[in-house]
Design a binder for this molecule. Sequence first.
Ligand SMILES: [Zn+2]
Length: 300
Amino acid sequence: MRLLSSNGIKSCASLVALASLSAILQAQSTSSEVTLTPAIVVAGSPELIRVTVPNAIEVKGEWLGHKIEFFRAKDAHEWIALAGTDVEATVGASTLRVIVKLNGTGGETRDLSQTVEIHAAHYRTEKLSVEPKFIEPGPDELKTIEADVAIKERVFGTSAAEPEWSGNFIAPVKAQPTDSFGVRRTFNGKLNSIHKGMDFRAASGTSVHAANSGVVVLAQKLYFEGNCVVIDHGLGLYTISMHLSRIDVHEGDRVAKGQLVGLSGATGRVTGPHLHWAVRWQNAYLDPAKVLKMNLAAVR
Ligand SMILES: [Zn+2]
């Protein structure tokens, strides 16, 4: 509310926003060979990167310290990567490096790198209360937490070398989603953390489904996450379901889109029953609501 009370600040901010918007539009009109969807990049947004160069035989990319792995779209002229910016990404100009290797004997390449402006997303803040053991864990609990860290490092350290998903991602539960991604939370007045997923208001026992096809790479209880299922969709992309009351899959299982993976619940660090659902690309957490809105049917 305080920000809105100052018209001076508000109009000044709008001018800055307009200026950077025109800069983006200019930058994009110069390279239709590389497009990002959505075109306005904000911290936490997934991005579909398309490279259209008819005689390309390989496309390599790098952005914000992430290696970007491209694959050929259904339409063989296009190369696609599903990437994104972390909810905590630094706001400002970034360099998206794209190098295309061309068909021919000379090993010719083209550099299609460009500047991508990352805009701030305005996430809410809220205060929550959970059991004290989740805020000040004892020695035994710290050991469990440490072991969980090692498990997660292993799980997120490798991903299938090809995309395992196809078509749009679907909501994992039939329950009301909440606008909860990116919220700055204070637990018990002490611990500050950023909410890196989306909470669905699901009563305990609600069926939880795979949002897309992939391989189950974790299916077990963890300290904070409770009963947790992680699905690898390939090329560094994962979906994560937490706080389940029951797990119905095993590590190594190949799951189809819509397949039952477990039931929602209230295990781990929770204030009550719900499904916490997260989308991770490499080590970046992306806004699940935006991933569910991506139109991927024509891509793969
Ligand atoms: Zn959550």
